[in-house]
Design a protein around this ligand. Structure first.
Ligand code: G3D
Ligand code: MG
Length: 175
């Protein structure tokens, strides 16, 4: 947890962050990387789509958002007080871009009127044959997004981009 601890050491404000995205995007692996500073193998959580990391001034909630039929109800109960959303996409899985895009759009439209930052992680950047960042921004209509947002290219295997992404994110809402 050294990275996150250091980032929050000088902050007294409490923050709630929600990490979401389709199952298998790499959310749990990213969380473990933030905790340990290295790649950790994960096992898919059966039947539970929620995990939480508690630090002194920071709580991180992780949710799988695939196949949620009553998305709005679930979203409302879990995320209304979030200070920021991290949306993780497996950039190597073209088969699921459409599904990811739909879930992303539901996620952000549920937040209209709220003031929060959205961090998009193009994860699995270590894999060859991935969607390009510029193409992704276009396909997911990020330029039309009525929020402050950023996209970072990450790998929870090599650690590429992860610390930079969260540094941007935390500094944006913690000041
Ligand atoms: P989830 O929490 O979003 O459901 P996980 O996803 O964190 O459980 O990761 C799902 C699988 O993707 C895991 O592999 C994990 O090791 C892998 N993964 C996560 N991030 C990366 C990445 O950046 N690069 C690569 N190459 N793989 C990644 P398994 O094999 O255990 O299913
Ligand atoms: Mg998981």
């Amino acid at each position: 947890m050294s990275f996150l601890r250091n980032l929050f050491k000088s902050k007294s404000k409490h923050a709630d962050i929600t990490i979401c995205g389709l199952d298998d995007a790499g959310k749990t692996t990213i969380l473990r990387y933030l905790e340990t500073g290295e790649f950790v193998e994960t096992t898919p959580t059966m039947g539970v789509n929620r995990e939480t990391l508690h630090l002194p001034n920071l709580q991180i909630n992780v949710f799988d958002l695939a196949g949620q039929e009553d998305f709005r109800n679930m979203w409302h109960s879990i995320n209304e007080k979030s200070d920021g959303i991290v949306f993780v996409v497996d950039r190597s899985n073209a088969m699921r871009f459409e599904e990811a895009k739909n879930v992303f759009q539901q996620t952000v439209s549920a937040q209209l009127g709220n003031e929060l930052n959205i961090l998009v992680l193009l994860n699995k950047s270590d894999v060859t044959d991935v969607i390009e960042k510029t193409q992704f921004i276009e396909e997911f209509n990020l330029l039309d997004l009525p929020f402050k947002w950023a996209v970072f290219e990450t790998s929870a295997k090599t650690g590429e981009g992860i610390f930079d992404a969260f540094k941007w994110f935390v500094e944006e809402f913690m000041g």
